[in-house]
Design a protein around this ligand. Structure first.
Ligand SMILES: NC(=O)c1ccc[n+]([C@@H]2O[C@H](COP(=O)([O-])OP(=O)(O)OC[C@H]3O[C@@H](n4cnc5c(N)ncnc54)[C@H](OP(=O)(O)O)[C@@H]3O)[C@@H](O)[C@H]2O)c1
Length: 257
């Protein structure tokens, strides 16, 4: 990890769960982290909690489902840090809902925001992040967070287009890799991590209802911790610059999906 010391990372969805855990690990290695999310109070609290770590946290508000918000956030990132070397495209939502129900406005809203956040937002942030990587002649890496639902859409609960967006994250990661090859860009790698079930705030009470959460916390059904995915990100970063682990599935032992 020494090679990343003093470098700069962007982590989207840094205000909770997996993103929060990734930020905590990166700063330990002297990496300065631009932490993006909508809830600034959470990002500022994270910055405060990590103020004594070797790397610093730079909180910036960004709604990845909104192109204007991404544009404004990246202007600010460029102003504050100039270039970046690591991008973890982690922000995502998963809302429990049907696709064929009668509440058209509600369902259409959920479908749009899931696609805009999990897929369109990820692609837009990758484009912006890549530009900031190319401003320096340094090595770079883009890590897209997909899901086990991007390999198998047969989940226990109805989450409409969520698996579709995660299949798309895997496809677009490979398209990015192919484009970098065509550009003969051997300095920027792109890869995807597909976590299995991780006990986070995802879906609010719709997926992990208090009853379900209690069962999961009791250890009856195997779940990962956010820190397990943060460790996977570190593992990706530890590989040499000329090695590209393109995709990794991480499941808790005993996961049924
Ligand atoms: N938990 C799991 O079982 C699991 C499994 C596989 C994959 N994943 C993936 O892992 C990633 C992180 O999920 P998590 O489980 O850590 O969920 P989480 O605890 O709900 O955290 C989601 C993060 O994404 C951010 N976010 C959501 N919408 C956003 C938007 N429009 N703009 C900017 N940030 C936004 C949230 O920040 P704000 O609300 O403050 O904006 C929050 O920081 C997601 O891509 C998810 O699909 C999770």
């Amino acid at each position: 990890m020494e090679k990343w010391n003093g470098k700069t990372a962007i982590v989207t969805g840094a205000s909770a769960g997996i993103g929060d855990a990734i930020v905590r690990d990166l700063v330990k290695y002297g990496i300065n982290v631009v932490a993006l999310a909508r809830r600034m109070d959470r990002l500022e609290s994270l910055q405060d909690q990590l103020k004594d770590e070797p790397g610093k946290v730079i909180p910036i508000k960004c709604d990845v489902s909104d192109k204007t918000s991404i544009d404004i956030a990246f202007e600010e990132i460029e102003k504050q840090v100039g270039t970046v070397q690591i991008l973890v495209n982690n922000a995502g939502i998963c809302l429990m809902n049907e696709m064929f129900g009668d509440d058209d406005d509600k369902i259409d809203g959920i479908i749009s925001s899931t696609i805009n956040t999990n897929f369109l937002g990820l692609v837009r942030v990758a484009r912006k992040g890549y530009k900031l990587m190319k401003k320096s002649d340094d090595y770079g890496i883009i890590i897209n967070i997909g899901s086990i639902a991007g390999h198998n859409a047969s989940l226990d609960f109805l989450v409409n287009v969520y698996p579709g967006t995660k299949f798309a994250v895997r496809a677009v990661t490979e398209s990015m890799r192919q484009e970098l090859n065509k550009l003969k860009d051997t300095k920027v790698r792109v890869c995807e991590i597909s976590p299995g079930g991780v006990l986070t705030e995802i879906g609010g009470d719709t997926i992990f209802t208090p009853e379900k959460r209690a069962i999961l916390e009791s250890g009856e059904y195997p779940m990962l911790k956010s820190s397990n995915i943060a460790q996977t990100v570190l593992f990706m970063l530890m590989t040499p610059y000329d090695v590209n682990i393109t995709e990794m599935i991480v499941k808790p032992v005993g996961e049924k999906i």
